[in-house]
Design a protein around this ligand. Structure first.
Ligand code: NAD
Length: 359
């Protein structure tokens, strides 16, 4: 069979090195000839931000960020950027902080340097998201793609172990979902499979020793692979489910991914044999579901949506919200009842025999 595909590579500089972020930032600010830098970091991230920015001129520091980028926060940040004539945004933090910088870039075109402190991966995508009245709107625009990413694993050492694991599984979900996402192609699938392999090893190492810098480096590297795969392949079934759950029920992003992933894999894998074989190998197991289940148990992954505020009585309505956004590319037909079964399993944390249902 001939090989035909259409793959876009996003233009972006990636600088990677533990303990190097301050030097990288100084060099990038210089390279971009920026003179009015706006630093976006939460109060918690401010300690890192102060340390990283000692060698650059900062026009303004902005701390007012919240999960899922509420539209009011976006408007305030845009006003601060305009009032201070900012010519470069530097975001230091997790996906919510990167997301706020993207909201400013979306309307102003100001370039972003992203310095991530979790494994969420927003820094490597051209996707923005803004929440208004509990509804999260997302879109794609190259203006929001950070011009440079600075990865420094020392910044992730402060992650509480549970959050580090959940965030790493969020990254693994980008990889796994990319295998059957709408724009899956040989390049993003290769990134996804390698990302899965790297993240499986790194998650195990971080769980064994949350202070191991080399394990966090591997997590960040895997997170970058995962984000480039996801950015290119688009949202598959797993991301559609988590997007609805996060937006409609205000569930924590990384933990939601962690709890839902095994059930999507159990549902899809029997209908996607090529992806199943590659995932099994990446997880060093005889089957994708067994490999993932073993990893999740090994790292004590968050696995019950009930622990994060999702209620049993929400399941039916959530299934109704998800069904219309299921990608047509999904390898297995998804019915309302399938979503009820899948969400019930994710709610209670039970391992259900979804893979034995008829495809
Ligand atoms: P987050 O940014 O909300 O951070 C979670 C918590 O971790 C916060 O309290 C934060 O202060 C804390 N934190 C961050 N770094 C830390 C560190 N090094 N040490 C200790 N605490 C730290 O959550 P997230 O999971 O990083 O990002 C989730 C958000 O990113 C969601 O809104 C999601 O939709 C978005 N996202 C967007 C894309 C995209 O392509 N646009 C991709 C992935 C995620």
């Amino acid at each position: 069979m001939s090989l035909v595909f259409d793959h876009t590579v996003l233009p972006q500089r990636v600088l990677f090195g533990s303990g190097r972020a301050a030097d990288f930032l100084e060099a990038e600010v210089d390279r971009l000839n920026a003179h009015r830098v706006m630093i976006i970091a939460s109060e918690r991230e401010n300690v890192s931000a102060q340390h990283l920015s000692t060698n650059i001129d900062v026009a303004v520091r902005h701390h007012d960020r919240a999960p899922h980028v509420p539209v009011e926060n976006a408007k305030r940040a845009r006003a601060v950027a305009a009032d201070n004539d900012a010519d470069l945004l530097v975001s230091i933090g997790g996906g919510s902080t990167t997301g706020l910088a993207k909201a400013v870039a979306l309307t102003t075109g100001i370039p972003i340097i992203a310095i991530p402190t979790t494994y969420a991966g927003s820094e490597a995508t051209n996707v923005w998201g803004i929440t208004e009245a509990h509804l999260k709107t997302t879109g794609v625009d190259n203006k929001v793609l950070p011009v440079s990413i600075i990865y420094d694993a020392e910044l992730t050492l402060t992650l509480p172990p549970g959050l580090a694991i959940a965030s790493g599984l969020n990254a693994m979900a980008h990889c796994i979902d990319s295998l059957w996402a709408p724009r899956a192609d040989p390049i993003n699938q290769a990134l996804a499979v390698e990302g899965t392999r790297i993240l499986a090893e790194a998650l195990t190492a971080v769980a064994a020793d949350p202070n191991a810098l080399s394990a966090h480096e591997q997590m960040l590297y895997g997170a970058y692979l995962s984000a480039t795969a996801f950015s290119s392949a688009g949202s598959g079934l797993h991301h559609k489910i988590c997007h609805v759950l996060g937006g409609a029920y205000n569930l924590p992003h990384a933990h939601t991914h962690s709890a839902v992933l095994r059930h999507v894999v159990a549902f899809n894998a029997p209908a996607a044999p090529a992806a199943e074989t590659r995932l099994a190998a990446a997880l060093a197991s005889g089957s994708a579901t067994a490999g993932l289940d073993s990893l999740l148990d090994r790292v004590n992954a968050p696995h019950r949506l009930a622990d994060y505020g999702f209620r049993e009585e929400d399941i039916s309505a959530a299934a109704g919200l998800i069904l219309p956004v299921v990608p047509v590319s999904n390898p297995r037909r998804v019915r309302h009842d399938d979503l009820i079964t899948l969400l019930s399993a994710a709610y209670s944390g039970e391992t259900t025999p979804l893979e034995r249902n008829s495809a």
